[in-house]
Design a protein. Structure first.
Length: 260
């Protein structure tokens, strides 16, 4: 399994607080089948408009990355560990020339919007990134506010050339009922290209539970595409393959009655 979204570099964001937490997180991910991962500390797109500040922040990430890379090489020789960032699009015109801003130095960039609300015209920002010969991947689309519009907005993102990455934890209801329902809706529409953990080095990884839930829905083909084939294609600088829509779950009597 290949994981494209995590926060394992020690003491740089809200993920691993120290190298011991990084080690525990790597152990947890390895135990749940992850053999390749890209760790993605938070970074604000607005920093890219200020080269000196960006350089200082990347230097800080470099120092933490060297600690994590050394730990992985010494203690987890069977695991490939790469780096990128999770880019908060607080600026609609990010400059993404530095390969450290992209996933494993490829042409793909993991982006997110603020949890306070997705701005109007967000699809145009993604289209602009796409026109720069890059591939934007929107992290956890199921977790943003205004769930009633989530599918419509996600469709605009995909049409603009972006791919979608859903969190394992959402499938299991870790973030609440609405993100869970939206995550499954996106899978049923065939709109998701990647499944990843967004692991912050604490709490449950949710990969085993999410995998079991997906397989229980007959999602063997989808599981392979979302966690192996498409992530490997990303690392090879190739676009994701289409993922077939997941068969819709049968609703219970009470689910139909309540509109769920």
């Amino acid at each position: 399994m290949i994981d494209l979204h995590s926060h394992l570099i020690p003491a740089v964001d809200d993920g691993a607080a120290n190298l011991d937490e990084s080690r525990t997180a790597l152990e947890r991910m390895y135990a749940q089948g992850v053999r390749t991962l890209v760790t993605t500390p938070h970074l604000n797109a607005s920093l890219t408009a200020h080269p000196e500040r960006l350089s200082a922040e990347l230097a800080r990430l470099d120092r933490g990355w060297e600690e994590l890379r050394t730990l992985a090489a010494e203690s987890f020789p069977g695991m490939r560990v790469e780096r990128g960032v999770e880019l908060l699009l607080d600026d609609p015109h990010p400059v993404l020339d530095d390969p450290r801003l992209r996933l494993a130095g490829t042409r793909s960039v993991l982006v997110e919007f603020s949890f306070t609300g997705v701005p109007p015209g967000s699809e145009r920002v993604l289209f602009e990134i796409r026109m720069a010969a890059l591939r934007p991947i929107v992290a956890h689309p199921e977790r943003y506010p205004n769930p009633q519009a989530s599918l419509a907005v996600a469709d605009l993102w995909v049409r603009s050339g972006a791919a979608l990455q859903v969190n394992w934890g959402s499938l299991a209801g870790r973030y609440g009922e609405l993100p869970r329902r939206i995550a499954w809706d996106l899978l049923e529409q065939g709109m998701v290209s990647y499944l990843s953990s967004d692991h912050h080095a604490r709490g449950s990884l949710s990969a085993e539970e999410g995998r079991a839930l997906l397989l229980a829905r007959g999602g063997e083909e989808q599981l392979e595409l979302l966690t192996a084939t498409n992530p490997q294609r990303l690392l090879d600088n190739q676009p994701p393959l289409d993922v077939p829509p997941l068969q819709m779950a049968k609703k219970s009597f009470w689910g139909r009655l309540m509109g769920r």
